[in-house]
Design a binder for this molecule. Sequence first.
Ligand code: D41
Length: 677
Amino acid sequence: MCAQKASGSPDKTAARVAELKETLDRYNYRYHALDDPEVPDAEYDKLLRELRGLETQHPELLTADSLTQRVGAAPVAAFGAVKHRLAMLSLDNAFSDEDVRDFDRRIRERLAIEGPIRYSAEPKLDGLAINARYEHGVFVQGATRGDGETGEDITQNLKTIKALPLKLRTGKPPPVLEVRGEVFMPLAGFERFNEQAIARGEKSFVNPRNAAAGSLRQLDPRMTAARPLDLFIYALGIVEGAELPAEHSATLQALRQWGFKICQQSRVVESADGCLDYYREMGALRSSLPYQIDGVVYKVDDLELQRQLGFVSRAPRWAVAHKFPAEEALTTVRGIEFQVGRTGALTPVARLEPVFVGGVTVSNATLHNMDELTRKDVRVGDTVVIRRAGDVIPEVARVLPERRVAGASPVVLPSVCPVCGSPVVREAEQAVARCTGGRICAAQRKEEIKHFASRRALDIQGLGDKLIEQLVDKEWVRTPADLFTLESERLSTLDRMGEKSGQKLQAAIAAAKHTTLSRFLYALGIRDVGEATAHLLAQHFRAIEPLRLADEDEMQRVPDVGPVVAKNIVAYFRDPENAGIVDRLLADGIDWPAPAPPEAAAELAGKTFVLTGTLQTMTREAAEEAVLKLGGKVSGSVSKKTHYVVAGTEAGSKLKKAQDLGVTVLDEPAFLKLLKK
Ligand code: D41
């Protein structure tokens, strides 16, 4: 194909090369700057191959700004030094709300301005700062920040980053334009890269920032080209001969027009309050962003005010970085233990040298299950990266294999339960290993009772985990039914209990007898019967006796109950010990009002809801209950399958995700209307 085109007249070839360059430039701009690809990647690659072919046959047509020039330059022995024509300033840090209010106050005082200041707020990418120089619209030089005065010449390496335009998209480029931004490695690329590096037996990177820095400082640009790097532009350097807007925010938009990639999360906010709102919003969004951020940056938006403010000791007075607590930290594994859950599932847990991460001290981290443990290959003594993002349970993100102590051996699944000594089984193709002890196992008994008493089950006020552990250890309580036989005098003798609290607890246990059928079913802890299934069972059977007697076929008539779940439910009630417990519970006086008639119950059947933010007229639990009552389901995360997202005040990342996915968003009045309240 290339040969055919190349055999045309020289004029025609030159025209085709020009056309290809223009088309590829446009595709590139749409893909990187606008994040809105015009054609599939394969089409882009095809044209790029054609261009490369023509340039090889007609070297006279090859120019430095051609997209084919992103890769291929020869390695260098060392980077040359680049003196920045305009120093690259650093950023002062703010760590608290107070710091941000002080920053805003200092600015208003210095400028003698009473009213609110407008700030451009943007995420602070965790990468490497660079300067890119364009002369007459063509990229000519790239440099690292270095010490701010002098950096390293990484022109060839920067060229390999597709988000960097090699040519400005304007008919009238200024003689000189320097832009500044952050090179980073998106999380997906980072994880892929690390997996490959480990598979090849090479060193992995601790975090995306180190990965970006290591990749940019490769002496061989072909190495850099192979790394998934990206770039956001956030400032200007020297500019000669260009008319530019009077605000930072408008400058960013102008740069976007010229083909640069700008972070889409930046926004103009007003005063310290606006900054702090933005900080919280980004904090909520942080774990769902495709790249790592370590804070946000506020910059006075008015460039004239920036000029008046100037800088002190290499940092502008008009900007500040407001840092998030670190989400990742390094520590070592002291031991790996297996916790036994309610259904006997063994969960490996890493006991850690305590480490401060995500705003709290973490000394345990879940390893989820054997497959995860094997995949991550965590061993006792290992140095590991602990991640605690948002309110998520801390986990071992990865191991640093190069820091492994000699002789550390892989963790093996115990053959017997560490609590009761019963055999541990792991069914074929199942990630979960289980203790087969059932109620013989004290761990399973404790968890069964914790579940029974929990907020969404019988909601026994004041019966916390520590008390339950004592009750089981003393063998006063073996099954949930035993709770109702406890006398206040006995309860008073438990650790941290007295006469009053003993009476109160006994009263709370008695009060919990009055519940709903669906809560009761959920409280029993039948395998695979969560809240939603419990609701559907209650609606279908409307009483406990028909449910206890139903066979698997009858069970499967309940919406969402398939053969496996049906089998588990029937097996639960057929088990003599379970049957005895249910009999005793009912004899002890557990009762509930008759459920609402099924006709009224199906209005939201099959509809999935996600609740986010704070509702003004009802609690989160009341809202969930109302949805379940009408046959709907409540989920914790937004996906394409979500029907409605109910957004209260201060809704965060879930609302954003709903909007991104085009899921219907209900405000509180609309939600109440749907519930007919
Ligand atoms: O995202 C960033 N890492 C970021 C860094 C950003 N969004 N804005 C920045 N703005 C500046 C000034 C205000 C000095 C132009 C920066 C940096 N500087 C910066 N990055 C590394 C040192 C300084």
